[in-house]
Write a new protein. Sequence first.
Length: 85
Amino acid sequence: MSQAETVLDIKQWGNNLGVRLPQAIARAANLHRDQRVRVAVEGGRVVITPVTGVTPTLNEMITSFDPTRHGGEVMITKAVGVEEW
């Protein structure tokens, strides 16, 4: 194994699976906290690629919201309780 290579375990994270990248691996790949990445399967391998220069607009984020994928939460559009709108 090279210096920027390791063996990790895949763990359950909510309804998803996750892998924690060691600092040495992240540093070697120029990855950092809160960075957006694209995850794809290419030739049977998982490939993580940094996404650069693309910040979704509020409208794009709202359009992509899926309540079933995000824990069933929905946006409340009418007053609840004593709020006045």
